[in-house]
Design a protein around this ligand. Structure first.
Ligand SMILES: [Zn+2]
Length: 283
């Protein structure tokens, strides 16, 4: 396992009171009626203790009942400003969404924007969203997209395709964007967008529990030559950074004894050593 501490670009904090409606019901269906979203501030601190730092995401998704306020994230990351970087979240359908984003950055010292169309119920190409993208570009904020599937039945899958981000990347070439979870299950579509645009990245978070998908995703990223745009992330609490590292190192064991290609060690080591803070301009 890698000796140096890794940076986790994708983590959540939340209290149970931040969950309601469709999100909570779907979580209880998936993980039982006594489902506990184990990502309180103390649980987060313990999970990222071995990391060099982490991005902590707010979520403004009243449409599906997942609302982690910007203030809550800001209060926590302020306790460790050299290691923790909070991303604001703003539902683009809110009146004066751009103003809300600017306030979250300037008054709460947050460092990026988290968007999740499948939870927030908007289409990325809806005209009402473009002022928000322009504001993010103006403020030099990276935008982290959950552009992939979800366990929440009510979430609109048709608004969650990675290819929908291509026109945004063309309209805002300086805007740094990250497609979370390699856009699972649309890994190929994600790679096609990331490959085209110098300022687009993707993270490997949440893929560890599906090692065959994670293996194929990384092999494909190498075949398309975008392996240096892969960011390490866990999607805590869905998995911890340590679990994600173990998954990553287990991939080559899975194909041991077969003639399938191994993931090159140097690709993994470069991903783990990547300076995400500098790359995304978080400082
Ligand atoms: Zn996430």
């Amino acid at each position: 396992m890698s000796k140096q501490a890794v940076f986790d670009c994708h983590t959540h904090i939340a209290e149970m009171s931040h969950l309601s409606g469709p999100f909570l019901a779907a979580a209880q269906r998936a993980w039982g009626a006594d489902f506990h979203f184990a990502c309180t501030i103390d649980e987060h601190k313990a999970a990222v203790a071995s990391c060099s730092g982490a991005i902590v995401l707010a979520v403004d998704a009243p449409a599906t009942g997942f609302v982690v306020p910007n203030e809550y994230v800001a209060g926590y990351v302020a306790s460790s400003p050299s290691r923790l970087f909070g991303f604001a979240s703003v539902d683009p359908k809110r009146p004066k969404a751009s103003r809300l984003l600017e306030q979250a950055i300037k008054e709460l010292n947050l460092k990026g924007l988290k968007l999740a169309p499948i939870y927030q119920d908007f289409h990325p190409l809806d005209n009402i969203c473009f002022p928000l993208y322009a504001k993010a570009e103006e403020l030099r904020l990276p935008v982290m997209w959950h552009q992939g599937t979800s366990f929440v039945s009510e979430g609109p899958l048709e608004k969650s395709r990675p290819a929908a981000l291509d026109p945004i990347a063309r309209a805002f070439p300086n805007l740094k964007m990250i497609i979370a979870h390699l856009g699972h299950p649309w890994v190929e579509e994600t790679i096609s967008v990331v490959r085209k645009h110098p300022n687009m990245y993707t993270d490997i978070s949440a893929l560890g529990s599906r090692p065959w998908q994670m293996y194929n995703a990384i092999i494909l990223a190498i075949e398309y030559g975008i392996e240096d745009k892969l960011l390490f992330g866990s999607d805590f609490p869905f998995s911890t950074p340590d679990e994600t590292l173990r998954s990553l190192y287990g991939l080559n064991e899975m194909v041991e004894g077969t003639r399938l290609p191994r993931i090159r060690e140097d690709v993994i080591e470069r991903m783990l050593a990547r300076n995400t803070v500098e790359l995304l301009g978080l400082n």
